[in-house]
Design a protein around this ligand. Sequence first.
Ligand code: PMP
Ligand code: GLN
Length: 382
Amino acid sequence: LLGPDGSLGVTIFEEITTLAGRHGAINLGQGFPDEDGPAELSRLAREAIASGNNQYAPGKGILDLRQAVAEHQQRFYGLELDPEHEVIITTGATEAIAAAVLALTGPGDEVLTFEPFYDSYGAMIGLTGATHTTAALLAPDFMPDLATLEESFSPRTKMVIINNPHNPTGAMFPVEVLAEVVRLAIKYDAVILTDEVYEHLTFGPRHIPVATLPGAADRTLTISSAGKTFSFTGWKIGWLSGPAELVAAARTVKQFLSYSSGTPFQSAIAAGLRMDDSFFTDAANTLAHKRDILADGLRAAGMDVYLPQGTYFINADTSALGITDATALARRLPELVGVAAIPVPVFCHPDGARRTRSLLRFAFCKQVPLLEQAAERLATLQ
Ligand code: PMP
Ligand code: GLN
């Protein structure tokens, strides 16, 4: 991701969203919903603003939200966290990733991710000066090869970043995969950074937080975000939890990234995390329906679909359409048919980019008529 001149360039999300805007295309690229989250949470945020709750929040986040995060981890996963020392609030998951990677890794270290990998991992590993190593996730189910996973670890592996459910593939790792990562992290004494922003957006399998696995909790930092769970991606409220000393290290860095995060949104999200189970299951069921609509549309448009188990995203193989370069296609697609998608090779180093060269990632967190319209437009590609 670092260009030859050390610049970070423009993210693929920015590039494709700009193209979508220019051509009036349906944007199934960047993952954001086209409907607001719960009205009650918006009301609480407006009320917080109206009542003058508008100055800096405490650096580690307001206590009510840190408590709500701890309660959420206990309620859904049986994890015990001390909201005083084991939870911080961040400016989205993005800042939590940045703070953890910058705090805990540096030149001479290796940081391992699966590949494809979410773009900010590569950028932050580049900024911290560590070496980014990868282990491939292989189609059709986008699982790592457990027989060879250890080859990706070395005595220099300082951190392994897991993203589960996984962006961009939509895979969810079963307990065997997570257990092998934990075993190897223990063997090589690596910290596990687990990005679980899609924890509630799952379509069958139950989400398993890495921190619940035996031996994992004392070396695992868990990240999540209100953006995905509550459909408020623009509020940029995320959180990081785990052992006090690792959280403290990330907090030290956070002080100099943003110092603190959006005050009036924090109490609203605390209320969100305390909503009934039905909110979480209804949101996942609605999204599962949208996934199925878009999957049918992509198939009808002549693509092979990898049905995701979680997230906002479907990966579709365009090779049946005679396409060998999904990145070039993605740059032309908004103009060509009025739909925008993200090419999967941008989430990869060169070998992975070759393996995924015909894959496009489509976001289905959109209203059904729009998904249907996008499918009709894509059908004209054939
Ligand atoms: N991690 C993953 C896997 C993501 O898909 C995203 C984008 N939503 C983020 C982190 C960033 O989350 P946020 O918008 O809360 O910063
Ligand atoms: N996480 C979102 C996605 O994968 C994008 C967030 C961003 O624009 N950085 O589409």
